[in-house]
Design a protein around this ligand. Structure first.
Ligand SMILES: Nc1nc2c(ncn2[C@@H]2O[C@H](COP(=O)(O)OP(=O)(O)O)[C@@H](O)[C@H]2O)c(=O)[nH]1
Ligand SMILES: [Mg+2]
Length: 304
């Protein structure tokens, strides 16, 4: 393929997919500034995180600029996460000015949940307006989160529209549009795209494994090794039952065993390329079951 054409396709991919943003410091500064501007116009914020990695899918800057603004944390892709751990995370996130809910953004209907949470979170504001004799106006919120957590799905579902809006990129300025959920609440129609957090052990691996950052950042081998090691320690039965294998003495041999069992062979040897790729794909497609890769205990142990 001509180099030019390749480049064009790459550019188009960048346009259509938020997960392909390259986060240069300039981007971050611009996104941060825009977020600060938009924050002034809303009463609370809806932060979407991936229920499978509630810690790694947060953005380090948001807490900093949010101040005391109420926040609704939506744990998305609940259908792919471990229900027991999701419950623990929800309890962990609730406090005076934060609520958390877990949702399947594609199948659940959640308009009323969002409205209810908004009214609880903004109760002090509503009270204040009433005391002053003002008719409470519609509460305003903006949606934000790192790439691929489900921001567009959330907004489009609530707005009952199909196509993702343009402008779902940091630094794209357009006039503010509000989506009315009912008379009590409005959403900014453009989400705030935040850069992923790369601090902390294996955060990059987890983000790549679950699709929030580009594959090229971490190799398929690294992802497969990381995932297989983690599963060996936390959920060995998912490996054994999914592939009908016995765990081996080390992660590499366990992976090779999976390859043999699946018949990924090349000239009598395990085709490792194919093995690593399809193992990572299986995890992304939830073939090993509903797995949450982070638990509340680790977080409290880390002083978060
Ligand atoms: N299974 C499942 N998939 C979801 C959910 N929310 C979003 N997705 C999928 O995740 C991908 C990224 O969603 P998108 O809304 O584009 O994320 P954005 O980058 O934050 O705007 C899409 O393929 C969605 O269909 C969910 O709750 N469950
Ligand atoms: Mg989007």
């Amino acid at each position: 393929m001509a180099q030019k054409k390749k480049k064009k396709i790459q550019q188009d991919n960048n346009k259509s997919n938020g997960s392909n943003i390259n986060w240069f410091p300039g981007h971050m500064t611009k996104a941060k500034r825009q977020m600060e501007e938009n924050l002034k116009k809303v009463d609370f914020i809806i932060e979407i995180r991936d229920a499978r990695i509630p810690f790694s899918s947060k953005n380090p800057m948001l807490d900093e600029i949010l101040g005391n603004k109420p926040r609704l944390i939506v744990l998305s892709k609940k259908d792919k996460a471990d229900p027991k751990k999701t419950k623990e995370w929800i309890a962990y996130f609730q406090n005076d000015h934060e609520r958390a809910v877990a949702l399947d953004l594609i199948k659940d209907s959640y308009k009323n949940t969002v409205i209810e949470c908004a009214q609880q979170l903004c109760a002090p504001l509503i009270e204040k307006q009433k005391r002053r004799g003002i008719n409470p106006r519609a509460l305003r919120a903006m949606v934000c989160g790192i790439p691929n957590v489900g921001k567009s799905t959330f907004i489009n579902t609530l707005a009952k529209r199909k196509a993702a809006q343009t402008g779902d990129k940091p630094g794209v300025t357009k006039s503010l549009q509000w989506i009315k959920l009912d008379k009590a609440i409005e959403l900014l129609d453009t989400p705030g795209v935040l850069w992923p957090k790369f601090e902390g052990e294996y955060v990059g691996e987890k983000l790549a494994l679950l699709g929030s950052i580009r594959d090229e950042v971490v190799t398929q081998d690294d992802l497969a090794f990381y995932a297989c090691k983690w599963l060996t320690e936390h959920s060995p039965e998912s490996l054994e039952t999914t592939y009908g294998i016995k765990l081996q003495d080390n992660v590499y041999d366990t992976l090779l065993e999976i390859g043999r069992k699946r018949g990924y062979l090349l000239k009598g040897e395990v085709d490792e390329n194919r093995l690593m790729k399809s193992f990572v794909k299986d995890i992304r497609e939830n073939k090993l079951g509903r797995i949450t890769w982070e638990s509340v205990d680790e977080q409290t142990a880390n002083g978060e």
